[in-house]
Design a protein around this ligand. Structure first.
Ligand SMILES: [Fe+2]
Ligand SMILES: [Fe+2]
Length: 156
């Protein structure tokens, strides 16, 4: 699970460094950043609804990536899937605490999500994207639309 700590808030904003080269993932990730931004800007009354929306966005995005990793037998899939599950677990725990009136913890969660997102995308999601590209170049039946000119050289 995420470790929640009170930190100075730093607003997240989209960076093209986070593009991984798979259209669906890149679009989802931009949605991720948008919803985290909304939560950073929200007041306490709005946060519960936004967190519910985040949970739904995250859950369907993680399901998509998990399925992709399982179907293509992505080697480090267990670690990646565990990280997705840890995020959802933290969100679910924090949502339960909001219902008990512990609203402040949502702000901590939002800051942790903003800090977690770049590393996850750069290290784990981009590795998945490279794997899928390799599979495509190798003629495997994985159909993913690519929107960017990312070249990974000749097929391995
Ligand atoms: Fe992702
Ligand atoms: Fe991921």
């Amino acid at each position: 699970m995420l470790i929640l700590s009170m930190t100075n808030s730093e607003h997240i904003s989209w960076s093209d460094h986070w593009l991984v080269g798979l259209k669906k993932l890149d679009e989802d990730h931009q949605d991720f950043v948008r919803i985290i931004q909304s939560m950073q800007d929200a007041n306490m009354d709005e946060l519960a609804n936004l967190l519910e929306k985040f949970e739904s966005i995250a859950s369907s995005h993680f399901d998509y990536e998990n399925k992709l990793m399982i179907e293509t037998e992505f080697p480090p899939r267990t670690c990646h899937i565990d990280e997705h599950n840890a995020v959802l677990k933290s969100v679910s725990e924090v949502r339960a605490l909001i219902s008990l009136g512990e609203n402040k913890i949502v702000e901590s969660l939002v800051e942790e999500l903003a800090k977690w997102f770049p590393g996850h995308v750069i290290h784990l999601d981009s590795a998945l994207s490279h794997w899928i590209s390799k599979k495509q170049l190798g003629g495997k039946p994985v159909v993913i639309k690519r929107s960017l000119n990312l070249h990974h050289g000749k097929s391995a």
